[in-house]
Ligand binder design. Structure first.
Ligand SMILES: [Zn+2]
Length: 284
């Protein structure tokens, strides 16, 4: 993953001279079924399983609807500087349209309100933190995978939610081992990974040997996802093209989908724009 992240991470110009994979470093992301690997971080994730279980109470549903309708990006400017970028803390972390990138971070310690494990295929056994998504995204993912299956396309969910604490630990370990500069290249600073929203999922396929790399975009599964994800409320969050990379700060990631709801997704994918552009347009 570190190698991948570095390979995927460098773009010519953009928000920062050096960019990292939008998925950051998750050492368990490509651990597959029947794999003999059983590393420490695996155990770490296993220990997590009972703390973030399904919560489908009406209270949360109501909260969700209200946060969806109040999706204005009211933000507080703070003088934090990460990778030389001015970073803003978003004030709408629960909105399904929340913007999280190198310059927009989630509040410290933010935990999504309604995490659940979608009933879809994962290429590994066991229960891990990364299997979770927020409820609306999980439901949409289930529908999308079913829709794909009907057309003979089998998708696997690899890596979704990542907690603030886990991202913090990953980043801290990398800083300790490689120094802050290198750590910023191979992993996202806590709060700036979209995986912390619980609205993003890395998906893959058997054809792509469950790897999260750009080749996925050329597989029949990857093509299906690009063509149909908007029907279910998802977007390819980091689209192809230097112009797009400059806006998102990340290279093309055909495997990383982000839930934004059907209306926004259809507009974004239909007009070949980024979430950043969509939000900027809708704030005018
Ligand atoms: Zn990702």
């Amino acid at each position: 993953m570190v190698k991948n992240s570095i390979r995927n991470g460098i773009i010519g110009a953009g928000l920062a001279a050096l960019t990292l994979s939008g998925c950051g470093t998750d050492s368990t992301a490509s651990t597959q079924k029947n794999s003999s690997s059983n590393n420490d971080s695996h155990h770490e994730e296993k220990a997590y399983q009972s703390t973030h279980k399904t919560d489908t109470s009406n209270k949360d549903k109501k909260q969700d609807q209200s946060s969806q309708s109040n999706d204005k990006n009211k933000e507080n400017n703070i003088p934090t500087s990460a990778n030389g970028n001015k970073v803003t803390v978003v004030s709408n972390p629960k909105s399904i349209l929340v913007l999280v990138n190198k310059t927009h971070k989630l509040p410290d310690g933010y935990t999504p309100p309604d995490l659940t494990i979608p009933h879809v295929k994962f290429p590994y056994d066991g229960t891990y933190e990364k299997m979770h998504l927020r409820k609306p995204a999980a439901v949409a993912l289930e529908k999308m995978f079913k829709g794909a299956e009907k057309q003979g396309i089998t998708l696997y969910a690899q890596s979704g939610y990542r907690s603030y604490d886990r991202q913090k630990a990953i980043f801290a370990t990398n800083v300790q081992q490689q120094g802050k500069k290198q750590a910023s290249i191979v992993s996202a600073e806590p709060g700036t990974s979209e995986h912390q929203t619980g609205l993003a999922m890395d998906i893959s396929s058997q054809d792509a040997e469950f790897r999260l790399d750009q080749d996925f975009g050329d597989t029949k599964e990857g093509k299906w996802v690009a063509q149909h994800c908007a029907d279910y409320g998802f977007i390819i969050r980091y689209p192809k093209g230097k112009d797009k990379e400059k806006i998102t700060g990340y290279e093309y990631e055909p495997w990383h989908i982000r839930y934004v709801g059907k209306k926004a997704a259809e507009y974004i994918m239909g007009h070949h724009i980024t979430l950043e552009q969509y939000l900027a347009k809708n704030q005018k």
